[in-house]
Write a protein of this length. Structure first.
Ligand code: PRP
Ligand code: URA
Length: 244
């Protein structure tokens, strides 16, 4: 399926460094320390690409020799990491844009319904930034990202971009259908979701792999799923293939 042709808002990095680092990130032998470093490096590279169309305004700079024309970023930018896994992407983005504001959104995905559950949101009443970058390594069913976009649009953000390391086709379809104006920047789009809503081949659980929180075999991404989660995934896959 040609996803990039179908979803003009989808941008998959073609940078060889991204491909190299992503392969290391996927490797099950990669320990949390290296995993965190790779999340940071990939976020830097994807952030650089995602910000390529930010507008600038002309300024004059005094070099030691003479005045010259320069540029200054125009919009105020907000970084919106989705807790927990999005936390690992923040520092790299702040290196690129030290003046960005950071607004955390806490969501976890209910493992049976695969629906996002909001548990943290301290956004002030009115938007303080024009452009928001949602940071979340995994775009799986698209439920968490769609819910985050809903929150940010309600807040008043004028422009929203999603930056993720890996997306599933189902998640790209869900987010694009709900919010076609949101650009999606990723290192890769993988084959599909498994019956538990994990991206395959993917990298497993991005939060657990960053923070070393493995709760035993029943929390493994490949562990047998409940019927409800499997049905949610089948419904998303029917929608994607145009059957619904
Ligand atoms: C993961 C991931 C996304 C979400 C993606 O978070 O970081 O937020 O799942 O899934 P979706 O596209 O199907 O909504 P998780 O719920 O595991 O929480 P965590 O970051 O706290 O581990
Ligand atoms: N969340 C993850 O961390 N990994 C997946 O594959 C899907 C959701």
């Amino acid at each position: 399926m040609d996803l990039a042709g179908r979803y003009p808002n989808l941008h998959v990095s073609r940078h060889p460094l991204v491909a190299h680092k992503l392969a290391l990130l996927r490797d099950r032998a990669t320990e949390p320390k290296l995993f965190r470093e790779l999340v940071r490096e990939l976020s830097w590279l994807l952030g650089y690409e995602a910000m390529a169309d930010l507008t600038t305004q002309p300024i004059t700079v005094e070099t030691p020799l003479e005045p010259t024309a320069g540029a200054e970023l125009e919009p105020k930018v907000g970084l919106v990491p989705v807790l927990r896994a999005g936390l690992g992407m923040v520092d790299a983005m702040l290196e690129l844009m030290p003046s960005a504001e950071v607004w955390h959104i806490g969501l976890y995905r209910d493992e049976r319904s695969l629906k996002p559950v909001e548990y943290y949101n301290k956004l002030p009443d009115a938007a303080t930034v024009q452009v928001c970058l949602i940071l979340d390594p995994m775009l799986a069913t698209g439920g968490s990202s769609s819910a985050t976009v809903d929150i940010l649009k309600h807040w008043g953000a004028a422009r929203i971009k999603q930056v993720s390391l890996i997306a599933a086709p189902e998640g790209v379809a869900t987010l694009s259908a709900a919010h076609p104006d949101v650009d999606i920047h990723v290192a890769a789009v993988d084959r599909a979701l498994n019956e538990r809503g994990y991206i395959v081949p993917g990298l497993g659980d991005a939060g657990d792999r960053q923070f070393g929180t493995f709760a035993g075999p029943s929390s493994e991404p490949g562990h047998a799923s409940g019927d409800e989660a499997a049905e949610v995934v089948r419904r998303l896959q029917r929608t994607l293939s145009g059957e619904e």
